[in-house]
Write a new protein. Structure first.
Ligand SMILES: [Mg+2]
Length: 401
């Protein structure tokens, strides 16, 4: 069975409420849905969630990348005609796109690779009547996820945290890392929120844990160290306080504070992880399929973490249901994963694909063949970006008038 056609669809889905983190804020999420067809009539679906602020990708860069892979004169490689009958076929294709033993034919584009890989695995799963995780020998188990609170004023954030704790939620992830906000300077909003939630936890749900993600917002090791002194013994871990490329800053924090440190924007690939390990600059890997290039690479990273006695969380790039699936299936394939952040689809007004649901502290994942979701292809066109959501699209259309 060979690939016969590939289509991509740039879509926008609206969030129920605007979501703010240290380096960006969002009212809509922009995804690329990929459809891969075979000469046997099997169709696979995948989703890319390009995060400009993390991987430098955009919807159009993802689409261009995927279509480049069908233009042999550009790369000397063509996805059309490639065999996709079994898992090894997909691994062989991904070894060309994310090579470990070959020369790179192109650099970067991890969410394009992840969305494409998902569609190929969906085809193999549907053909063999197995879920993607079953292809990898995984088994279903409860999937815990963190409830994430975006950056909002202190009172509002404490109100949201109180409601979660009163409902028995025992893990809250805070977004922090804005130096000046609402008249407060020097990260005082974050200090007030963290000390306030610590009090709420002691009163309402003493076993609950609080973690915080700065999305690089403390910028330097010095500012991070000063901040940590103001919130002692509050956080289970602190995620990515410094600029992504400053791996020496991560090392410096570890040398001066007894904090459990998670690497997110600093850790995309297997080789990033090797550097962080060599520097003793990380305790927990935040592995995201949209950063590393898909499930096959994510499982290699997990293996590296295991060999080095590090913990792993499967992070999220705020995916819609279709994009959340491979991360959830990765969770089923190794016992090393602490939890996931794949509940984000619940923040969207409308999803493309259905089948996932939240059940208190856990995500319920369907076990049908391939990605296991019900996907209505008409939704790809229904949610296509329009010119009022993309100046690039407007410009391109004008060029061809
Ligand atoms: Mg993060």
């Amino acid at each position: 069975m060979k690939i016969s056609n590939i289509e991509t669809f740039p879509v926008a889905l609206e969030l129920m409420q605007p979501f703010k983190i240290a380096n960006a804020s969002f009212t809509h999420m922009y995804y690329v849905m990929t459809k891969v067809e075979t000469d046997d009539g099997v169709t696979g679906y995948g989703e890319s969630s390009p995060a400009w602020e993390v991987t430098g990708e955009t919807q159009f860069s993802v689409m261009d990348c995927i279509h480049h892979l069908t233009e042999e004169d550009k790369l000397g490689f063509n996805l059309i005609g490639q065999e996709v009958s079994n898992l090894q076929n997909v691994k062989d294709i991904m070894e060309i796109l994310c090579p470990n033993n070959h020369v790179n034919i192109f650099w970067g584009a991890p969410s394009a690779k992840a969305g494409l890989e998902e569609a190929l695995l969906d085809i193999v799963g549907k053909t063999q009547g197995k879920s993607i995780y079953e292809l990898f020998g995984g088994k279903q188990k409860p999937v815990p996820f963190a409830h994430v609170l975006g950056i909002a004023p202190v009172k509002e954030t404490l109100g949201q945290a109180k409601e979660l704790l009163e409902n028995g939620i025992d893990k809250i992830k805070l977004k922090i890392g804005v130096e000046k906000i609402d008249g407060l300077e020097n990260y005082q909003r974050d200090v007030d929120v963290i000390l306030g939630i610590k009090n709420l936890i002691e009163t309402l749900n003493p076993g609950a844990k609080m973690v915080a993600d700065a999305n690089q917002g403390f910028i330097t090791a010095e500012k991070t160290i000063a901040f940590l002194k103001k919130v002692p013994d509050c956080l289970e871990y602190l995620e990515q306080p410094v600029i992504a490329g400053d791996r020496l800053g991560m090392k410096q924090i570890k040398e001066h504070c007894d904090v459990t440190l998670m690497a997110d924007e600093s850790l995309h690939s297997y080789y990033d992880a090797k550097i962080l390990l060599e520097l003793n600059a990380v305790d927990i890997f935040n592995i995201k399929l949209m950063k590393c290039g898909g499930m096959i690479e994510a499982l290699k990273l997990a293996d590296l973490a295991k060999q080095n006695n590090k913990r792993v969380v499967l992070g999220s790039m705020m995916e819609n249901q279709v994009g959340a699936i491979p991360s959830l299936h990765t969770f089923f394939c190794d016992d090393i994963f602490d939890s996931t952040e794949s509940g984000f689809f619940n923040y969207l007004k409308t999803n493309i694909g259905s089948g996932l649901s939240l059940d208190g502290k856990f995500i319920k994942v369907p076990s049908g063949p391939g990605i296991g979701l019900d996907v209505d292809e008409r939704d790809f066109r229904k949610h296509l970006i329009t010119t009022n959501r993309s100046k690039a699209l407007k410009h391109i259309l004008n060029l061809y008038q």
